[in-house]
Write a protein that binds this ligand. Structure first.
Ligand code: COI
Length: 326
């Protein structure tokens, strides 16, 4: 099998080469995102591996004309690939899963950082300000924490949080026995009403779009803390900013943001960032923003690449692709 790999970062290249040797896969690699101009990279390839950038019908048409059988996105989310269009041409689309601990551990780090006001502590330390004003924190063990979504990541978050002694409420369509040992499942009304801190671990769907909005924010406890390591679309950013400005929300940690895709993973040191909400949130001492890096560990990147390559191999060999979406 020959695999075309788009948006290949320098840290990924050795892993692609390692697994290519292990699974006898030939590679055509580029650091560029898929475009009409570079679609010919897939000539002679049966499979294509992409990451977060858009894969629209026009590009799929060209890949199809070169004989591509499978498109794998080496991410959990797959909303950027037009998988329905690909299916109409008989092209399989698959995603990957990877160790849930990468996002689950990052979530706990973000929770601790916001409740201990670490953004302010670190910024002030750089300026040699070692005073104690406005940095007094809170203890997690006294809080009621809501975990929205108990898939693999949410469940790992529940496990990690269980060591801190906080009360954990959880919400998910399907209730897992393993989670019930550590948390109490409840409805979303109770999560909104009773939690001191809410962390979100659900995918971006029509049902989860803006689940945090002016109405749900008004039902939360005064001084609630919000953690979003999942998808920017879960939170109505304008409503969140208003709730932070009027102190309804005491603090937030956001690894994801609406309209982040043209900004994150690029260097804007010398360029204005055209994202007004991001600028407002970034100015707030009680808001910790990170650029969608919760996934980024050695273990997860290795999983993303290996599972993407083996799932393509499965489709091309006519075996069941365990990650096929369409
Ligand atoms: C995913 O795998 O869906 C992620 O969120 C990480 C990706 C943006 C690299």
């Amino acid at each position: 099998m020959k695999l075309a790999v788009y948006s290949c970062r320098t840290d990924e290249r050795p892993l692609f080469e390692k697994y290519a040797a292990q699974y006898q896969i030939r590679l055509a690699l580029t650091s560029e995102a898929p475009s009409l101009e570079n679609a010919s990279l897939t000539e002679g390839c049966q499979a294509v591996c992409v990451i977060t950038t858009a894969v629209p019908p026009e590009i799929i048409d060209i890949w199809h004309s070169y004989g591509v059988k499978v498109i794998s996105t080496r991410t959990v989310g797959y909303e950027h690939v037009d998988y329905k269009y690909a299916a109409s041409l008989g092209i399989a689309v698959s995603n990957v899963s990877y160790t849930p601990h990468t996002v689950a551990e990052y979530t706990v780090m973000a929770i601790l950082m916001v409740i201990r006001r670490m953004k302010t502590i670190l910024i002030r330390y750089i300026g040699q300000d070692y005073s104690l004003d406005n940095i007094r924190g809170r203890e997690l063990c006294h809080m009621t924490v809501g975990v929205v979504g108990t898939g693999r990541i949410g469940e790992a978050v529940v496990e990690n949080l269980s060591g801190f002694g906080c009360k954990i409420l959880a919400n998910n369509l399907v209730e897992k026995e393993s989670v019930k040992k550590l948390a109490t499942y409840t409805d979303m009304d109770t999560i909104w009403n009773e939690c001191d801190l809410i962390t979100f671990h659900v995918p971006a769907t029509a049902d989860t779009w803006h689940m945090v909005n002016a109405d749900t924010l008004s039902r939360m406890k005064d001084g609630v803390i919000l953690i979003n390591m999942a998808r920017g679309s879960l939170i109505d950013t304008t409503a969140l900013i208003e709730a932070l400005e009027n102190h309804k929300v005491a603090a937030a940690a956001l690894d994801v943001l609406e309209d982040e895709s043209h900004i994150y993973y690029k260097d804007f040191k010398y360029t204005p960032v055209a994202h007004h909400e991001m600028a407002i949130l970034n100015s707030m001492p009680n808001v910790l923003l990170t650029p969608h890096t919760a996934f980024f560990t050695d273990e997860a990147v290795s999983d993303m690449i290996e599972y993407s390559m083996t799932s393509c191999l499965a489709t091309v060999r006519g075996d069941k692709n365990p990650f096929q979406i369409n």
